[in-house]
Ligand binder design. Structure first.
Ligand SMILES: NC(=O)c1ccc[n+]([C@@H]2O[C@H](COP(=O)([O-])OP(=O)(O)OC[C@H]3O[C@@H](n4cnc5c(N)ncnc54)[C@H](OP(=O)(O)O)[C@@H]3O)[C@@H](O)[C@H]2O)c1
Length: 502
């Protein structure tokens, strides 16, 4: 649902100044600036638009613009067109400012007001907090005290990067502070997974294809697996990861969002709140997570040394900025149930980890087998029907079904259809941040997390975190390059199932 009220010539007015706190940081260079460049190429930037990047370091506008150009060269999905870059270059400004200095906000306001007058951006402002989470409150307080949070034009929006708190209590505290300055409708909590093409495609697949929606339930689906697997370790972000771990980094946000979209009921319409309300109901229907339940249904892991793609890599505790005795989990696998009419009895298995043997994010829907009476009777080759929604690195849908093997008289073989190979734009699909920034300008918050969703997912994650803190599982318990601890494999074997690595 779009919020921008003034519709000019039948189109939404996207004019705005995008103020990036953390304009010299990694996220801005690797994701935000390339996304803005690609939006320009796709004609998605408004006519009246500026980016003001804030950093502490002393640098001229030219120096900053050259750095942005280098980042776009390196990270953009499209090659740089000199004419387009020349246009974008003029729209990017650098403002040196230490955002802890609350006395400095009036000067920033004055700078933005003057820029707004020159650029005709209608007083519309988006504040993007691409900074470490401990600064979120500081900046929001500065904006509030500097009288910058209230809309001067149509709106004043706040974009918050993850992590949103580190547990339920801190998330509530943070949210309270944000709401003192901004209204809920103007707060955009980023979960960049929601900007990915295939995540948005989940609802399209489910609710525009009768053949899928008709069978999307516990009567025909045996189990659903959500895997977000990484080959990468923590790299230079050891200090961040040490505070987070796999539950906070991946489960509380990305996995819960994916789970909600896969399991939700059809919303009454496509309005933002209708969709978010159905997603929330899924989280609320998750079976009670007690320590007794977790004892049998969750596996934590931390990687030790190993070999990935032929290269020896260090264990987690040997990474930079990680204490030698760290108890942080880099892997988690879990079985859970959604206790509603559609899903009761169908397990959902979730798994995420670093330094695993394969990289990929996908959802596997395994359908129930037919009675073992006819074709499968004397054969070992029965394969279930599988529908795989590939999120990354391949983008598309894979479907497996059984057909007769034409080369023999009797065998049945699984046939695999994979649209990710047939997709002509594969490899150059829009980056999540392109879609997300565009939606922020349009005032469409469907792909961002509403507060009650965040609250519900923290309530869920908190129970797991508390249990993990008390568990005495011995780390490291999986080798880099493997698919996680043996217990994660046993979790499914105990149910006569297996993880699908399609
Ligand atoms: N990097 C990613 O891929 C990624 C992915 C998902 C989410 N995130 C989230 O995005 C946020 C930013 O991450 P990042 O990796 O981009 O961090 P980063 O590379 O460490 O950048 C931090 C930025 O904050 C600025 N900064 C720090 N203290 C400042 C101060 N007192 N006044 C003014 N500017 C200050 C730095 O500016 P100067 O250095 O110029 O002082 C720098 O631009 C975090 O919340 C992170 O969790 C990042």
């Amino acid at each position: 649902m779009m919020e921008n009220k003034n519709i000019l010539n039948g189109e939404y007015d996207l004019s705005a100044i995008l103020v990036i706190f953390g304009g010299t940081g990694d996220l801005t260079h690797r994701k935000l600036m390339p996304a803005i460049y690609n939006m320009l190429l796709d004609g998605l930037l408004p006519e009246h638009f500026r980016v003001v990047s804030i950093g502490r370091r002393d640098k001229s506008e030219d120096e900053y613009r050259n750095e942005v150009r280098a980042s776009i060269d390196k990270f953009s999905r499209n090659k740089v067109d000199e004419d387009k870059w020349a246009k974008l270059r003029e729209l990017i400004l650098y403002y040196k400012f230490d955002f802890r200095d609350h006395d400095g906000y009036p000067a920033l306001k004055e700078y933005l007001d003057k820029l707004d007058d020159r650029a005709g951006t209608g007083g519309n402002l988006v504040y993007y907090l691409a900074v470490a989470p401990e600064y979120f409150e500081t900046i929001v307080q500065g904006l509030q005290k500097g009288n910058m949070a209230k809309a001067k034009g149509l709106y004043s929006r706040l974009v918050i990067e993850k992590p949103f708190g580190k547990d339920l209590i801190t998330a509530r505290q943070l949210n309270k502070k944000l709401l003192e300055a901004f209204e809920e409708k103007d707060i955009y909590r980023i979960d960049h997974y929601l900007g990915k093409e295939m995540i948005q495609n989940i609802m399209v697949l489910r609710f525009s294809n009768p053949i899928f929606e008709a069978i999307w339930n516990n009567k025909l689906i045996d189990n659903i697996q959500i895997s977000l697997n990484e080959k990468l370790g923590v790299g230079t972000r050891g200090d961040y990861y040490e505070q987070a771990g796999a539950i906070r980094d991946m489960v509380q946000n990305h996995i819960m969002q994916i789970l909600s979209l896969v399991a939700m009921e059809p919303p009454v319409n496509l309005k933002t709140d209708s969709i978010r309300t159905e997603k929330l109901k899924v989280v609320e229907a998750i079976e009670e997570i007690t320590p007794e339940f977790l004892r049998d249904n969750i596996v934590f892991g931390q990687y030790g040394r190993g070999i990935i793609d032929g290269i020896e890599v260090p264990g987690y505790v040997e990474e930079g900025r990680v204490p030698k005795d760290s108890r942080t989990e880099t892997f988690v696998a879990m079985k859970l149930h959604i206790n509603n009419f559609r899903w009761a009895g169908t397990p959902f298995y979730i798994r995420t980890g670093k330094r695993l043997g394969n990289y990929g994010a996908e959802i596997v829907i395994q359908f129930k087998d037919l009675p073992n009476i006819l074709y499968f009777k004397d054969s070992n080759i029965q394969e279930p029907n599988l529908l795989v929604i590939r999120i990354q690195p391949n983008v598309g849908v894979f479907f497996q079904f059984n057909t007769k093997d034409f080369s023999t008289h009797h065998d049945i073989v699984p046939t695999k259809m994979d649209t990710s190979y047939a997709n002509p734009s594969q490899g150059n699909t829009p980056e999540a941040y392109e879609r997300l920034i565009y939606d922020i300008l349009r005032g469409d918050s469907t792909l961002f997390s509403r507060w009650d969703e965040v609250e519900a997912t923290w309530t869920f994650a908190d129970k797991i975190i508390r249990y993990r803190e008390q568990s005495n599982v011995k780390f490291p318990n999986y080798e880099a390059g493997s698919m996680g601890p043996m217990e994660a494999i046993k979790l499914l074997e105990n149910d006569n199932r297996k993880w699908w690595n399609i």
